[in-house]
Ligand binder design. Structure first.
Ligand code: CO
Ligand code: CO
Ligand code: CO
Length: 306
């Protein structure tokens, strides 16, 4: 696969039956507990393998950690959290690399496997497909509020639960059914990643703002001004290609642009397969919401309606 379609990972065919998926992701902590951060960072990195329809095979730790001034227990916690997610994903930890750095960073370099004919790209969305999202939105807003110490405990727990949930079961359901396109929702937000899919697939996507599931407390926190910088940048970046119906609540648009950590999968699925996809997701206890549809061919646009 080439570099032209903004896909979630690199894919190389090795044999007629096996293609290699390669991806790497790491970042700074967004939560206080080391084990929780390690788990979230690993789940987030693994997500790009799932978004391509693959299964994680091997993982390597990427660590930036200060040699002085911080307890080694913190590093142990981060690595244990990451290992927990790697194990849950059924992948093997085979190594890693660490650098002395005053700012903590952690993530994974991953190799996954997929049948070359079962690779799910973001370029296959077709008119009349429906859009299915597998996690609620709002982790950027909530972690900003967490840093400002304004987030209620139960909202923190809810955000941690979703950020730490693997997209493994969602990807399995997707591969059982066969979908048109998929990407995972991370730093560019629902709007930004939808726009990548729209551009790669040469179609217009219609997003139904009121159907997009939000984490509880997101609206409260937005009303208090808790919008991360990256989310504002996302909205500006998308502005030229996104048409927003005047009836849509502007705060809801902020949510659509909110930079997500370890978000869900966004799938485009044909009308004929929607029902069976929902059945497969339900069977695996995967959260899901139908949040829009694919309109006509275009150069890649988004329309947001109430
Ligand atoms: Co991705
Ligand atoms: Co990524
Ligand atoms: Co080395």
């Amino acid at each position: 696969m080439g570099l032209g379609t903004y896909d979630d990972a690199g894919v190389v065919r090795l044999t007629p039956e096996i293609a290699l998926i390669q991806t790497i992701d790491f970042f700074t902590p967004m939560v206080n507990d080391p084990h929780t951060f390690g788990r979230i960072a690993a789940v987030n990195a693994l997500s790009d393998v799932y978004a391509m329809g693959g299964r994680p095979y091997t993982a390597m730790n990427l660590v930036c950690f200060p040699k002085k001034g911080m307890s080694i227990e913190v590093l142990k916690g981060i690595l244990a959290g990451g290992f927990e997610a790697i194990t849950e994903a059924g992948a093997l930890l085979v190594g890693g690399h660490s650098v002395d750095d005053p700012e903590i960073k952690y993530g994974l370099s991953l190799t996954g496997l997929v049948h070359p004919e079962k690779v799910v790209t973001n370029s296959g969305a077709r008119p009349n497909d429906l859009l299915v999202l597998t996690k609620p939105i709002g982790t950027g807003i909530l972690t900003t509020a967490l840093k400002a110490r304004l987030l209620p405990n139960e909202a923190e727990e809810e955000a941690i639960f979703w950020m730490g949930t693997l997209n493994k079961n969602a990807a399995e359901a997707m591969q059982t059914v066969g979908v048109s396109a998929c990407t995972d929702i991370t730093g560019f937000g629902l709007l930004g990643h939808s726009l990548e899919m729209a551009a790669a697939s040469h179609i217009t996507l219609e997003i139904w703002a009121s159907k997009v599931p939000l984490l509880s407390h997101v609206m409260d926190m937005l009303n208090m001004g808790m919008l991360p910088e990256g989310s504002g940048a996302n909205r500006q970046f998308c502005a030229a290609s996104v048409e927003i119906d005047a009836r849509v609540n502007p705060l809801l648009v902020d949510c659509l642009a909110d930079a997500q950590t370890s978000g869900g999968l966004l799938m485009a699925v044909s009308e004929a397969k929607l029902e069976v996809l929902i059945k497969e997701l339900k069977q695996r206890n995967v959260f899901h919401a139908v949040i829009g549809r694919v309109l006509a061919p275009s150069d890649g646009r988004i329309v947001v309606i109430p």
